[in-house]
Write a protein that binds this ligand. Structure first.
Ligand SMILES: Nc1nc2c(ncn2[C@@H]2O[C@H](COP(=O)(O)OP(=O)(O)OP(=O)(O)O)[C@@H](O)[C@H]2O)c(=O)[nH]1
Ligand SMILES: [Mg+2]
Length: 366
């Protein structure tokens, strides 16, 4: 289940710069709007400090991180939902993602063109969110015509009526200028909504692209974005795209030195990757042995057989039990043997809900 995150925003705000820093790719990033046309796709290893600690204790022959995918999409302008700019083409690319990073320009730099002529994050946010909303409204209106007819026919089934109810709720929310994700839907209605691939149904977080001075405490613009995000219940990650791009170019040894100089423990990108991972509702469990220590991605709330299925479908089908302990216990007691002696390694069954940071060993039979 490779999950992916789309990077959206106005043209020329730093999307490709951030994408390149994230993925060490060489997508074209340049100082003119609509530099990106076709989407750039890149795979990113999810950094995990716990993994490094496990590796130090277990000393395995090989290490495999978990990954996620980022997609750098063309800039959006006002009227995009009606075909302006690159129009519907890239809205389709956004529709195919699982979550959205919304990059907002929060740096001055007179050298870098702003499509609206001035830095104004709240206006920028409104332009993007409105276009996404209008695109969704069009999808919903189209479906509403058919759904209404079907629901009002004498032969209407319960399923058809549910569909119309869901469409009406979504339409009301979108017409009120709110994202589809704020609609209150029951489980059946949620399934209908899922089939519509609405953009504003996807989880979203704001990325405030700041200059170096704005990293530590933000600036007048990031405060506006943070306030707006708080009102919407969204998160904001503050990073300096230009500097992250430079850090990403450094050799690993130079990187630590550079970060220490500017008083950071890790690149801002790590925070961004972790925030995106959380946004997708993902957690990590580990398998650990002398051959290999490996991180695996699952949705929060997954039970042990489902987690086993991420490794191989046979593990899920033939699931018997999982030996489980938490990596924090490994760090406290220093070895799996010691964790076992403390009685903290438990044998868990099919109902066990896997925790973020669990170390699991599956027993199965097919
Ligand atoms: N000063 C400053 N410039 C930046 C920063 N991030 C990006 N830029 C510059 O902004 C310009 C546009 O960057 P891109 O990454 O190409 O922007 P984009 O959002 O991908 O643009 P489109 O693909 O045209 O939509 C480039 O000249 C970058 O060097 C930043 O944090 N600070
Ligand atoms: Mg670009």
């Amino acid at each position: 289940m490779p999950l992916n995150v789309g990077i959206v925003g106005l043209p020329n705000v730093g999307k490709s710069t951030i994408f390149n820093a994230l993925t060490s790719a060489k997508a074209q990033a340049a100082n003119y709007p609509f530099c990106t046309i076709d989407p750039n796709v890149g795979v990113v290893q999810v950094p995990d400090a716990r993994m490094e600690k496990i590796v130090k204790l277990v000393k395995p022959n090989s290490i495999v991180s978990t990954t996620m995918e980022f997609i750098d999409i063309a800039g959006i302008v006002e009227g995009a939902s009606k075909g302006e700019g690159l129009g519907n083409q890239f809205l389709g690319h956004i529709r195919a993602t699982d979550a959205i990073l919304h990059v907002v320009r929060c740096f001055a730099d007179p050298e870098v063109v702003h499509v609206a002529g001035k830095v104004s994050p709240l206006d920028d946010i409104d332009v993007i969110n409105t276009e996404l909303l209008l695109a969704d409204l069009e999808t919903v209106e189209k479906r509403a015509v058919k759904a209404e007819k079907a629901a009002k026919s004498p032969a209407a089934t319960a399923a058809v009526k549910t569909e119309f109810a869901a469409i009406q709720k979504l339409r009301a929310v979108l017409n009120a200028g709110k994202p589809a994700r704020t609609a209150e839907l029951d489980d059946d209605e949620r399934l209908i909504a899922r089939d519509l691939f609405l953009i504003t149904m996807k989880p979203m977080l704001y990325v405030a692209n700041v200059d170096e001075a704005g990293i530590a405490d933000g600036n007048e613009w990031t405060r506006l974005v943070e306030q707006r995000a708080a009102e919407e219940g969204s998160e904001v990650v503050r990073i300096c795209g230009a500097m992250e791009a430079e850090i990403a170019q450094l050799e690993p040894s130079e990187r630590q030195e550079f970060l220490a100089e500017i008083g950071l423990e890790e690149p801002g990108l790590n925070r961004l990757i972790h925030a995106a991972y959380r946004l997708l509702g993902l957690i990590t469990y580990f398998t650990s042995g002398v051959q290999e220590v490996r991180a695996w991605t699952i949705k929060r709330g997954t039970r042990a057989p489902g987690a086993a299925g991420v490794i191989h479908s046979d593990f899920e089908r033939g699931f018997i039990k999982a030996d489980a302990y938490h990596c924090d216990d490994l760090f406290t007691y220093g070895s799996e043997q010691a964790v076992k002696e403390k009685g903290l390694l438990k044998s868990e069954g099919k109902e066990y809900v896997v925790r973020d940071g669990d170390i699991l060993f599956f027993k199965f039979n097919v």
